[in-house]
Design a protein around this ligand. Structure first.
Ligand code: ZN
Length: 323
């Protein structure tokens, strides 16, 4: 399994009432839905922790954090937790155009490209080391019909009482057969105060102004804190570019070239929109169009250096009028 998402240990502070419901959950499958980066994966790990914890539970029924199972989970080495995700790359090494969780994720014999190290079916044949095997499916909307059918058989009669935690942004994009066999829980953004406490506990604080900006950017999404360093860097880059665009043509082109080298598709677009948030609606609309054009060009494998230059020039136009 991959390392534990940072706020998993703070999940009780962020999603206490949800953990109250999941702690005593006696069914076979949970479906967690909610916006991107709201902390669904961290919550799924917190549920896995709850169902394997042998210590004294907290006030929301959250795992103790110190028993052997909790320590294994925090170390990213829990033998009873399997995370299943779509693979981002194809066998040819190119970024996959369309994300999918293939049948090979469930059945070892069908994993032709050997994309998955551990397969759900084989994973569930083994008895739990602690209390309960937990299969977390991150991206349940990417389960095709064949994969979903194979999973449904396991969900209906889970070996050794295994628990499935399915994660999706939008419930409606999950196959109805999976929805109907799962208990559904909506994960809402946390309050700014709760997220601020989680940030303080995480040791990632960097001074009042910087923290305030990070929290404003996060807007209650705990998953943003996991990438605090990348987000702060992206916000700085976004301000640098925006400042350079107003300074002049050469500064704008230089800043665009620098941004190209640091470009992080997960954070820079959102950071740019955040930095432009205080501008006029007309300016924002033109800047958004320039950004969308850049993203489309990059996805189409256009010349990146040229695409960033075009972006910088479009931004100068976007911010040049009706200031
Ligand atoms: Zn524990």
């Amino acid at each position: 399994m991959s390392p534990l998402p940072l706020p998993a240990l703070g999940a009780a502070a962020l999603h206490g009432p949800l953990l109250e419901q999941t702690g005593g959950f006696g069914g076979n499958a949970l479906l967690l839905t909610g916006p991107a980066r709201v902390g669904k994966l961290a919550l799924a790990y917190a549920v896995a922790a709850q169902h394997n914890c042998s210590g004294v539970k907290g006030m929301y029924g959250e795992a103790c954090g110190s028993c052997p199972s909790c320590r294994a989970l925090a170390a990213g080495a829990h033998p009873d937790v399997l995370l299943v995700e779509p693979r981002a790359t194809t066998t040819t090494g190119k970024a996959a155009r369309r994300k999918i969780i293939p049948i090979g994720a469930v059945l070892e014999g069908r994993d032709k490209g050997r994309e998955y190290e551990t397969h759900v079916y084989e994973f569930l044949e083994v008895r739990p080391t602690f209390a309960r095997r937990v299969v977390i499916v991150q991206g349940a909307e990417y389960l095709g019909q064949e994969t979903a059918n194979a999973l449904l058989k396991l969900i209906e009669e889970p070996p050794h009482r295994a628990l499935f935690v399915l994660i999706a942004e939008d419930r409606r994009s999950v196959l109805p057969t999976l929805q109907s066999r799962s208990a559904r829980l909506n994960v809402a953004p946390a309050s700014d105060a709760a997220l601020g406490r989680a940030l303080a506990q995480s040791g990632l604080t960097q001074g009042t102004a910087s923290d305030a900006e990070l929290l404003a950017f996060a807007a209650g999404r705990a998953g943003v804190l996991e990438a605090a360093a990348e987000v702060r860097a992206a916000l700085t880059d976004a301000r640098t570019l925006t400042g350079a665009v107003e300074e002049g043509m050469l500064a704008a082109l230089d800043a665009a070239a620098a941004l190209e080298k640091r470009w992080h598709a997960a954070w820079h677009p959102e950071a740019l929109r955040f930095v432009w948030g205080g501008r006029s609606a007309a300016q924002r609309a033109r800047a958004d169009t320039a950004l969308s054009d850049l993203q489309a060009a990059l996805e189409a494998y256009a010349n990146p250096a040229l695409s960033f230059q075009v972006f910088a020039l479009a931004l100068r136009e976007a911010f040049g009028e009706d200031r």
